[in-house]
Design a protein around this ligand. Sequence first.
Ligand code: BDP
Length: 700
Amino acid sequence: MKKLVFILLLFVFTGTLLAEDGSQLWLRLSGGKNADVSCNLNNATTEIAIKELKEHWYGNTPVQLVFSKAKELTRLGEGSFVIRRSSGSDPVRIEASTKQGLLYGAYHLLRLQQMGQAEGEMDVVETPRYQLRVLNHWDNLDRSVERGYAGKSLWEWESLPGKISPRYEAYARANASIGINGTVVNNVNASPQILSASYLEKVKVLADIFRPYGIKTYLSINFSTPAELGGLSTSDPTDKAVQRWWKDKVKEIYQLIPDFGGFLVKANSEGLPGPQDFGRTHADGANMLADALKPYKGIVMWRAFVYNPGDEDRANQAYQEFMPFDGQFRDNVIIQVKNGPVDFQPREPFSPLFGAMKKTPVMAEFQITQEYLGFSNHMAYLAPMWKECLDSDTYQQGKGSTVAKVTDGSIYNQKITAIAGVTNIGTDINWCGHHLAQANWYAFGRLAWNYKLTSEAIAREWINQTFGSTTNNPTNTAGSFSSFRDALTEMLLESREAVVEYMMPLGLHHLFAWGHHYGPEPWCDIPGARPDWMPSYYHKADSKGIGFDRSSTGSNAAAQYHSPLSEEFGNLSTCPENLILWFHHVPWDYKMKNGKTLWEELCYTYDRGVQKARSFQKIWDQQEKTIDTERFLEIQNKLKIQMRDAVWWKDACLLYFQEFSGMPIPVDIERPVHNLDVMKKFRLDIGNHENALEKDLFMK
Ligand code: BDP
């Protein structure tokens, strides 16, 4: 009996050692050999850099971390670093003019090592494109996560400030390794309670853990907090008592968190309070908070995500609201704008606010969590989507005024430059719900640091670090790993487009089911509900055609773009076909550039998405021998779910739109396997979305 227990324990123990549960993210650094590391600056941040290198650098030469105010370094700016080595036998020198720069340099050297690029001569100069590279957590105080699909919130509010989860530091380390230097820990739909004394004590503990990793803490605030928490009779930003209340609150915060970053604000949006409730403007609201934060160098990130039900096209509203206030914001305010004018859809044109606001800094907000791209069930590598936005030419200052350049300070003289990503992180052991979704957290950080990196380069880096170790699979050889890496890179690079194709191709958007944003419900019609939350508001399918007319004969959203885009988008024959139904109501028999009718093109594109999902499964199944069993099987299972969902999307959308087009589904594509009337009756149990389809749709 004793022997059996011993064997069992041994099994469990070694099993844990070998477990590849994804918890180590891309930081599966192999044990080094207590490397020779020196540093001329001693503080909590450089201590981390030294420790990481000592433990994980296995090059034969020492590493010198050199803090220096040399001109070259100070000119490069905060967080920058250089890594130099004249020959393979010399020490590696990492130099920076800030402690964060030294830490980033250390992580970069380890990354190069993982990539096999830390040998011989080195001459690396790295400088971040944006000053502030910020994660937004949509985490509630009850630990639920709005649009989170990876378990509960990491922040264990109930046991803070007393108990400290080891995950807080692991989180900070992962972020620092990719250059993220700010985090907003609570939901934009903010509870006033976050500013209560007891919560601020908890936030302080997190901020203290994040600080050595170069990460500043920010909070989302609720605009009515003076009334709701402070007991004032109003939260009017022009009211003296309200202004006083914010000043005192800010002072209290900085006493606890001296390097506090500032506030993120969602105001007068989706039912939340804001300055307009008191007849004031967004500028009045933002400036009042900015004044309170100014003495401490804090900033306000004020969101432009505002829209109201009514006659005006939702896509037009943020521009109309904010453009009149260009130049009227304090210099410590930055306007946070979602990548597209509607709402994080699988494909949108870029928001016309980018580049149009010339006197007020603007920052992009991306969504890392896959609210509209299959939750944590579908593989959708988002670097290509974010790059599509960042690389879009706004033409605001002539050709080449890309979204990246009008937000990074290179075209406009912005005092603050920033970029934000709504995280996909939770308590799941692999942090993101889907092993492959870790690539999106990674890619956001890397692009925020340098948007010039290609999606492919980022994917390869991530794969090397995440799957590269051969320690868990003795059969894994260098050759088989490189073919695995090629295969997975190809899958990742195709994946976002595949999701667009089987969900919402050709510029379609918001065809989601009521109550969640997972499955298709293009027919959804809830009596009395807000029309701009109904799919038909967006697809406008009728017997003549499909799509939202945003040309001059319709809502004229195209005119919010700078010429020549306004003409290009506004004209059916020049509008890019992947956005055609975003900007136009197009006849079913309209001839596309390839000679097919719109209806045929829609059918073939949905089918192509489905075929891509099938090919992901086929490619993946060949990888069984190359990586650890645990992650292989978990990803295999996710790809099955994705496949089923892809068919469901295609059938639902094509069968539904066919009721309007009255045209046949081309015979050479996959036949539908669902019936429209059954799909229409079906309600997805979103609480259990992983198995819901199998249980509800297929077995009933
Ligand atoms: C929408 C989400 C909602 C968020 C909102 C926002 O469905 O949960 O609160 O965006 O960004 O896409 O404020």
